[in-house]
Design a protein around this ligand. Structure first.
Ligand SMILES: Cc1cc2nc3c(=O)[nH]c(=O)nc-3n(C[C@H](O)[C@H](O)[C@H](O)COP(=O)(O)OP(=O)(O)OC[C@H]3O[C@@H](n4cnc5c(N)ncnc54)[C@H](O)[C@@H]3O)c2cc1C
Length: 496
């Protein structure tokens, strides 16, 4: 957006007052923090470097747990009138076989909490629009997620922000988190077109600057993400979806995971994993040779057209366990604080549920009492773990498993898929974890090891009676591998 096009009110924020809160970044999490705090009566300044609609390949499938958080915040209208596609579950493909994994029954999950002062005038419910039937969305027997074009969703969130009387919006690049002599945060310095670098003061500064956060290091210089793989994305148009209204996870012994989900009536996102942060030199060739043979037949015409168009985009897949917010006057939240593998589409769900908890913890406090706010933030770190660690650990463990590069991992893959095929609790529990409605890390651990034991059993079956001694040794190796895949991440999330 050139300087001329930036509306004046986005450049004129007052820097002579002390805001209750400054929010850095208006992506997914920032607008929810700002709106929640504003509805709690706080005077909020939100700074975003680019308010026009972004075009990104992230944050396009929201799990039911994320939709529920939007309901708690009174912001679920953000999924309305953006041609969003309701999602009713997943279909997992494995070496050509498939299994449907519907989302959990609504009756098994408590209704979404309505936060005081935030939920009003029915803003916790979706309405009818071109693609969403409100009655079906709100009352069908299973929980629902939603797929959408990320930029459209963001613009709806930003529209809510613009309507809040307690929020001042500012377009500018935050260049520094301001600190006093005691190293406490007192605000932010913003580079504003036509005004230069301007200092703004606040009782608390929320850092929501996302995956490539410049300010997460303010928590600690070693708060640095690990990047082990990437997703290469393309848009498919008018794709013939094998299982409409489902996320598709395509797995196999000879390729890396591929995700496919519809994000509008016309557009479908395909994300193809590549096991390095550095992309293959010839993406067209890689797509044709290493991806295309593994996708369902019905997707191939739209896939071929997408390859012809040649619009490939990529994103690094990062892992970053959360860290305690222990700096007075600052709270880091969203991807800036904590990241997981996008395989399970859990990032927005974690971020939004963090906002719900944050508002419950500090929304009612006077932000000028900075020590009291800090006390609550120290607690908040431990309280968020139950919910977030389940989604985070599951994502990384599943990716490690399905990007398998050794026989034990491949045995775990086979066992995992066969476990899903058993149906009943073997599907209900994993999908409850994935969809963000079962925040029980120790139950996740139990289920993960149940899958591992089942994989050992499947391996015994495969080896037959004569192969018993080999299967026994392999069984030990499989269990050891399962522990290696799972426990370091659980430890990092729960103990860190
Ligand atoms: C490949 C990929 C696919 C994904 N798919 C999904 C998915 O399907 N479902 C899901 O739930 N999650 C998904 N995620 C994760 C999800 O995108 C993030 O969890 C989510 O966007 C985090 O929200 P956020 O507000 O923390 O950051 P962001 O949404 O990245 O927002 C950060 C904002 O801060 C602004 N900003 C940054 N720096 C500054 C600055 N210095 N000054 C002013 N403004 C600044 C940016 O412009 C941006 O608007 C995916 C991630 C990846 C990598």
């Amino acid at each position: 957006m050139s300087n001329k096009q930036i509306p004046k009110d986005l450049l004129s924020a007052d820097n002579s007052v002390t805001y209750d809160a400054i929010v850095v970044g208006c992506g997914v999490v920032g607008p929810c923090v700002a709106t929640g705090m504003a509805r709690k009566g706080k005077k909020v300044l939100i700074v975003e470097r680019e308010w026009s609609m972004p075009d990104r390949i992230v944050g396009e499938l929201m799990q039911p747990g994320g939709v529920r958080a939007l309901k708690s915040l009174g912001m679920v209208e953000a999924i309305n009138n953006i041609d969003a596609i309701p999602v009713t579950g997943y279909t997992v493909f494995y070496n050509g076989e498939k299994v449907a994994i519907p989302y959990p029954y609504r009756a098994d999950v408590a209704p979404a909490e309505k936060l005081a002062d935030l939920v009003r005038n029915g803003n916790h419910q979706v309405s009818d629009d071109n693609t969403i039937n409100a009655k079906d969305f709100e009352t069908s027997e299973r929980e629902k997620g939603v797929g959408f074009v990320h930029g459209r969703f963001l613009q709806k969130l930003r529209g809510i922000v613009a309507r809040e009387p307690n929020i001042t919006r500012l377009q500018g690049n935050v260049v520094e988190i301001l600190k006093n002599k005691q190293n406490e945060v007192v605000g932010a310095k913003v580079d504003i077109s036509g005004r230069g670098k301007v200092e703004f003061n606040s009782h608390i500064t929320f850092v929501c600057d996302g995956i490539f956060s410049r300010f997460r290091k303010e928590l600690s210089p070693d708060h640095i993400p690990k990047v082990g793989s990437s997703f290469v994305g393309m848009s498919l148009y008018h794709a013939d979806m094998p299982s409409p209204n489902h996320g598709h996870v395509i797995l196999g012994t000879s390729h890396l995971p591929i995700l496919v989900y519809q994000i509008s009536p016309q557009e479908t996102r395909i994300l193809c994993a590549y096991n390095s942060a550095k992309l293959p030199p010839n993406l067209k060739e890689w797509m044709n040779d290493d991806v295309k043979p593994h996708i369902p037949e019905s997707l191939r015409p739209s896939f071929d057209e997408a390859i012809e168009r040649g619009k490939f985009r990529s994103m690094p897949n990062s892992f970053l366990p959360g860290k305690q917010n222990d700096v007075l006057g600052m709270c880091v939240i969203g991807d800036a604080l904590n990241m997981r593998h996008p395989l399970t589409g859990g990032g927005m769900t974690v971020g939004l549920n963090d906002v719900v908890l944050l508002i419950k913890k500090i929304g009612g406090l006077d932000f000028s009492n900075r020590e009291q706010v800090l006390d609550e933030l120290l607690d908040y770190h431990f309280e968020r773990k139950n919910y977030d660690s389940v989604i985070n650990v599951l994502s990384i463990a599943l990716y490690s498993l399905f990007a398998a590069d050794n026989d034990n991992l491949r045995a775990l893959q086979r066992g995992c898929f066969k476990y899903f095929k058993r149906g009943g609790d073997c599907v209900r529990l994993p999908v409850s974890f994935l969809s963000g409605v079962m925040p029980r890390p120790f139950l996740l651990t139990k289920v993960f090891f149940a899958v591992a034991i089942y994989a050992v059993y499947v391996n015994f079956e495969k080896r037959g009676a004569l192969g018993f001694p080999v299967a026994l040794l392999e069984g030990i190796a499989i269990l050891f591998t399962a522990a290696r895949v799972f426990t370091p991440y659980l430890y990092a999330e729960m103990i860190g």
